[in-house]
Design a protein around this ligand. Structure first.
Ligand code: ATP
Ligand code: MG
Length: 429
């Protein structure tokens, strides 16, 4: 993509309404614009990141055996009456009537709709287990939408739902998702700590919230220092993870893991990027999701639900990866891999080499954003640092004369002067 053509309205000044880095940087880097409180348009640069996150989430769901479908954003109130949540849900649910005076709502979540789909279409234990998911916009009329996409009113969520014949099966489905979540966040460069969450009556060891540590997180979290070591190791050791203490409430550990001694108890702030939940027959009982079991008897299915805040993740990744000049995207979710900076657009020799680099990289499927605009070098450097592509490839008249380009790593700040060929070799490796 040529920067001269890209719809990328960057801002020089910090917008007054943004209180945290990710919100500030998403506005300044031209990724989003607010249309109403907690409701955003995703501009081209922001959308590319959102799509990359979505793709990672999808790949890991598919790898875990979940099947994608797509449910609508608008739902009928009836099924929420069946589950007895219509009144209970309160003001966070956006309700309205259609022209025939039927009560409708914009879905805040999809347990009811998926349970209805299941009970109308699955009749036998032979069709179990099943985990179904979709990636769809949700609306929750949050009291205090804030921090940009972190707590929006309209937001993109991946929500999966598992259906099993018995508790053992449900537990397996839960553990499969648990592992899939750890892999998903890791691929985005995030360490997400699974915190035992309080699920009230159901028995707390089968609900976890996944939190990314960040000073600006909205939740207080407590965890065993051993997590830091485990995270550094790289491998996912489910058993070891489960033995360690991690909770959103210091006094409460539903799984019974020992609260570590003070020197090992870490207290921090966390951003909830995922939440998994086993809830047994809560919905299947009320909504009559029953299959025929192996001996012909009716069995009310066991369910779980598993959410990931896809749009919130964009903000969470920026909270984890930025400096005072801008964003520093991990390569897996970067809107482009390389920013190619022509220091002297309009100079025919510079243009020729840069155009050529741009073409070669594009042909090799390297995603490049090519700053071909007229303008000062300082502005180009500042914009490229702001939008945070992992690599910057810089070419000006001086380098050209010496036959070299500069390759800069946005994360480390390291710069290398290379021949055009070796720069290309590195970026296409
Ligand atoms: P929170 O405690 O942050 O309000 P929640 O527990 O109500 O979230 P869930 O119902 O567990 O949210 O939804 C699954 C995921 O969707 C959450 O883990 C979070 O990442 C994301 N999410 C929830 N609410 C919002 C929101 N208002 N804006 C953006 N993402 C959200
Ligand atoms: Mg939650």
């Amino acid at each position: 993509m040529r920067l001269s053509a890209l719809f990328l309205p960057t801002l020089k000044e910090n917008p007054a309404e943004a209180q945290i880095a990710s919100h500030r940087l998403m506005l300044r880097a031209g990724m989003i614009r607010q249309s109403a409180a907690g409701i955003y348009s995703w501009l081209p640069l922001g959308l590319r990141v959102l799509r990359k996150i979505e793709r990672i989430v999808r790949e890991e769901q598919d790898a875990a055996g979940a099947q994608e479908l797509l449910m609508p954003t608008i739902q009928a109130a009836d099924i929420w009456r069946e589950s007895e949540r219509y009144d209970a849900y309160g003001k966070e649910m956006l309700r309205f009537k259609d022209r025939h005076d039927r009560e409708m709502l914009y879905g805040p979540t999809n347990e009811e709709l998926i349970t209805q789909l299941f009970r109308d279409n699955v009749k036998s234990y032979r069709d179990l287990p099943k985990t179904l998911y979709h990636i769809q916009w949700k609306f929750r009329d949050e009291v205090r939408p804030r921090f940009g996409v972190m707590r929006g009113r309209e937001f993109l969520m991946k929500d999966s739902y598992s259906f099993d014949l018995d508790f053992e099966g449900a537990k397996r489905s839960y553990e499969t998702m648990f592992t899939a979540y750890l892999k998903t966040f890791k691929r985005m460069g995030l360490t997400a700590i699974p915190m035992r969450a309080d699920s009230g009556a159901i028995g707390g060891n089968l609900t976890h919230e996944f939190h990314v540590l960040a000073e600006t997180g909205e939740s207080g979290v407590f965890y065993d220092a051993a997590y830091d070591e485990l995270a550094a190791k790289g491998e996912i050791d489910l058993e070891a993870l489960n033995r360690l203490y991690a909770a959103t409430d210091e006094k409460h550990d539903p799984n019974g893991a020992d609260v570590p001694p003070p020197e090992r108890l870490r207290q921090a702030r966390g951003i909830e990027v995922g939440h998994i939940f086993y809830f047994g027959t809560k919905y299947s009982k009320l909504m009559n999701a029953v299959v025929t079991g192996p001996t012909g008897e009716p069995v009310t299915v066991e369910m779980g639900s598993y959410g990931i805040g896809v749009s919130r993740l964009v903000g969470a990744i920026i909270e984890a990866y930025h400096d005072d000049r801008g964003i520093m995207w991990p390569e897996a979710v970067a809107p482009y891999k390389v920013g190619l900076i022509n220091l002297k657009s309009g100079d025919s020799a510079c243009d020729a080499v840069c155009d050529d680099l741009y073409r070669t990289l594009s042909e090799q499927n390297v995603e490049v954003l090519y700053d071909d605009r007229d303008g000062r070098a300082g502005v180009k450097f500042a914009d490229m640092d702001l939008i945070g592509l992992p690599w910057q490839l810089v070419l000006g008249p001086k380098g050209l004369a010496a036959g070299i380009v500069e390759l800069k790593n946005r994360h480390t700040g390291e710069k290398h002067e290379l021949s055009v060929e070796s720069a290309l070799a590195r970026l296409t490796a």
